[in-house]
Design a protein around this ligand. Structure first.
Ligand code: SF4
Length: 274
């Protein structure tokens, strides 16, 4: 099987055979703009076929599989956002891993990067458990939602500029729907950082110029169209390349999440969303 068919009862699958399918970048923009809620974005983005190279790759991986997962049915479709629909913190990752999210059907689930970020979110009080292994493992996120800047697994973890631009349509709509509660955005890695700032500019948010450079612990204060300040934070991506080498440590990730937590209105109920 090259992917899980929509509407087949897979956990978290909000799509049905009737869900409209985007086949071009313009189609993504059109269907995203017409999505009035996160459930619709979830459904529509999860059946998207706008990037031929990525569609072919995600389905090829789902068909051939890694030997360790030979008995599993791979998701093989785009990965929708996951977490609290009223999140104050939006975490933006790069793209699902071929045998992680592309296999399990949930962002940052079933691979070592997921282990890292979910464990950190658990330490920070955003997750009810420290592990993320499958869609039915009981993981719940509170106050945070995670999305990928590119929703399909790319070869070599490297989406090309056209693919990043196409998928920005989903990201921007999701940012818009989450904007009423968003007080912080955490970008994991340089590509996610640039995608985040570019999307905020496209949405009419005030972003410092020149655009702030990415680095671990980088911060930028942006202003949403309602005039509210939102803190954009950067962290090195929790890839094995970074965590195995010590370039990113648990303490480094924890300190960035601590800054995000400081923006949580529930910690300062007298102020409300700022
Ligand atoms: Fe659609 Fe994004 Fe996947 Fe491209 S990367 S096919 S725009 S979901």
């Amino acid at each position: 099987m090259t992917s899980i068919p929509p509407g087949s009862g897979f956990p978290l699958d909000r799509a049905t055979p009737a869900t409209r399918v985007a086949r071009t970048a313009a189609g993504v923009r059109r269907l995203a703009a017409g999505s009035r809620d996160l459930e619709t974005i979830d459904a529509r983005s999860s059946v998207c076929r706008a990037c031929p190279r990525l569609v072919a790759w995600r389905e090829e991986v789902a068909l051939t599989k890694r030997r360790a997962y030979a008995d599993e049915v791979y998701w093989g479709r785009p990965i929708q956002g996951f977490g609290d629909p009223l999140a104050h913190l939006l975490v933006v990752g790069l793209a699902p891993a071929a045998h992680g999210g592309n296999r399990t059907g949930r962002v940052f689930t079933g691979d070592r990067s997921g282990d890292w970020i979910i464990a950190a979110l658990h330490r920070a009080g955003y997750a009810n458990q420290a592990t993320s292994v499958s869609v039915d493992d009981g993981l719940e996120l509170h106050g945070v939602r995670i999305v990928a800047a590119v929703r399909c697994a790319p070869p070599d973890n490297a989406p090309n500029p056209a693919e990043r631009a196409a998928c920005a349509g989903w990201l921007e709509r999701e940012m818009t729907l989450l904007a009423p509660t968003t007080t912080a955005v955490l970008a994991l890695g340089g590509i996610a950082w640039r995608a985040t700032l570019a999307s905020l500019v496209a949405l009419g948010w005030q972003v410092p110029r020149p655009r702030p450079a990415f680095g671990h612990g980088a911060e930028a204060v942006v202003v949403n169209p309602q005039g509210r300040e939102v803190l954009v934070l950067g962290s090195y991506h929790p890839s094995q390349q970074n965590t195995f080498t010590g370039r990113l440590t648990e303490e480094m990730l924890d300190s960035v999440l601590e800054r995000a937590r400081e923006q949580d209105p529930s910690q300062h109920p007298e102020h409300g969303p700022r």
